[in-house]
Design a protein around this ligand. Structure first.
Ligand code: ATP
Length: 219
């Protein structure tokens, strides 16, 4: 469950990216976050894993107030969240397998089970057998699939994605959207931002729409 209560975010320098934003996303929902460039979508998503902190209001994730979470507790919060960004942010000097393994190394997962999880995650995103390849040899869509495998390898209950199809052609983007839908069907709560109104359109998901930092639809 994701709860925002009257959340505001003002950046240093005084720019108000979010103002008085309140909504609830229940366990197992798929929600699309819409809004023009600069509307505050990335800021809203960054408040969930405590990459950014709100200036006012409360952000609650699975019952825990993360707005004022001490820094030492943040890794535990993030274990339960999968995060996919606009650019895949892969490590280009490591194999596909090692990129997906990274979160499990960080959390000290036993190596044998970790390898199995990586293989399962790659299969889940349609990249089985591609673990030994290097990211530079993959297409943009495939690189984004690696980033998605990396985000789900810890089996998070919540998957967050910030414009995950921004640099992809429409057919590839539709494939990525289908992947998010399949995770949602498997019980994962999914919050994905996009300014592409056609993405997910046929499944008419709940939409949260931001305009200049205000929630104008979907609360
Ligand atoms: N670290 C920061 N410091 C200062 N201002 C920021 C910072 N991050 C974002 N902003 C400003 O906050 C506003 C909202 O930005 P945000 O990235 O959340 O919007 P967005 O809807 O995700 O846009 P886009 O689709 O272009 O990524 C913008 O005006 C942006 O310039």
């Amino acid at each position: 469950m994701i709860v925002f209560e009257d959340v505001a975010k003002r950046y240093a320098g005084g720019y108000t990216a979010l103002a008085g934003v309140s909504f609830e996303i229940r366990h197992g929902e798929l929600v699309v976050l819409s809004g023009h460039s600069g509307a505050g979508k990335s800021t809203l998503l960054k408040l969930i894993p405590a990459i950014e902190r709100p200036t006012a209001g409360v952000v609650r994730i699975n019952g825990q107030d993360v707005s004022r979470l001490p820094s030492r507790a943040i890794p535990y919060l993030r274990r339960n969240l999968g995060l996919v960004l606009q650019e895949s942010r892969l490590l280009f000097d490591r194999s596909v397998f090692d990129n997906v393994m990274l979160p499990l190394v960080i959390t000290g997962h036993p190596p044998g089970d970790a390898a199995k999880r990586v293989a399962a995650a790659l299969e889940r995103v349609g990249l089985d057998g591609r673990g030994r390849e290097m990211p530079a040899g993959l297409s943009g869509g495939e690189q984004q699939r690696v980033a998605i495998a990396r985000a789900i390898v810890n089996r998070p209950s919540i998957l967050l994605a910030d414009e995950p199809t921004a640099h992809l052609d429409s057919a590839t983007a539709a494939g990525i959207a289908a992947l998010f839908k399949s995770f949602n069907s498997a019980g994962v709560t999914v919050l994905v931002s996009t300014h592409d109104a056609t993405l997910f359109a046929e499944s008419s998901p709940r939409r949260l729409t931001l305009a200049k930092g205000l929630l104008t639809e979907g609360a």
